[in-house]
Design a protein around this ligand. Sequence first.
Ligand code: HEC
Length: 222
Amino acid sequence: MKNGLTLFLGAFVTLALSWGGLLLTAQRQIGSLSQFKDAADEQLYPQPLSGLADQGRLVYQDLGCVTCHTQQVRHEGFGSDLARKWGERGSYARDYIRDQSVLLGQNRLGPDLRNVGSRLGDAKPAEYAEWFYRLLYAPQSVAKGTNMPAHPFLFDVHPVAGRQPSAHALALPSKFAPGPGLEVVPTSRAVALVAYLQSLKDTYDYPIERSRNTPAPKKGGH
Ligand code: HEC
């Protein structure tokens, strides 16, 4: 093994260079991305998460929602995400710069959630929040036959008797309500989680990203 050291150094340098190259290329492409200022409304995009939504991100992470849900909308030509209305456009790397941990996910037992905050169209934020609470407490009450697991531990069940009913109690159909004289109130974790879900909407289309991500038109001929 006369050449043992040379062999070791050769393998070490090769691996170190390819590892360094991998990191540096990613850093050069993505690490330097910053918020984009829209010339018309002078806003910076992506807008940062509110404090409450950011707490909700931790609840989402903690409860493992990522095991069944992705947060990445594939571009035209890479799957049917746009046809399924999971977003108006494919996701860009820039969309994620506000996220401290990027929860892309890889299994799609449930729908992609990257734009779930904009799914209910014209619903008022409070009505939409109620829909999310019901989905978390009793999924069957909003989506019959769904496989989405119930998360009842994100709610407190209180007796109403002798005090003012809570303004935040869920309006559940009797089949899903816990019983007469009881009300279901979201805990602070549920409130943060729903604020996070409502914040998930990549509706702004960056002009610079659009041109960079639009496939070049196919040349005629073949
Ligand atoms: C075991 C897999 C699983 C886990 C874990 C899970 N979900 Fe789901 N989720 C589903 C499925 C399946 C659906 C599809 C419901 C349907 O039938 O429409 C769904 C639907 C949803 C929807 C409705 C999306 C839409 O566009 O209609 C939301 C919001 C959602 N889940 C949020 C969550 C959150 C938040 C968590 C974590 C607390 C979570 N899910 C954990 C499987 C899961």
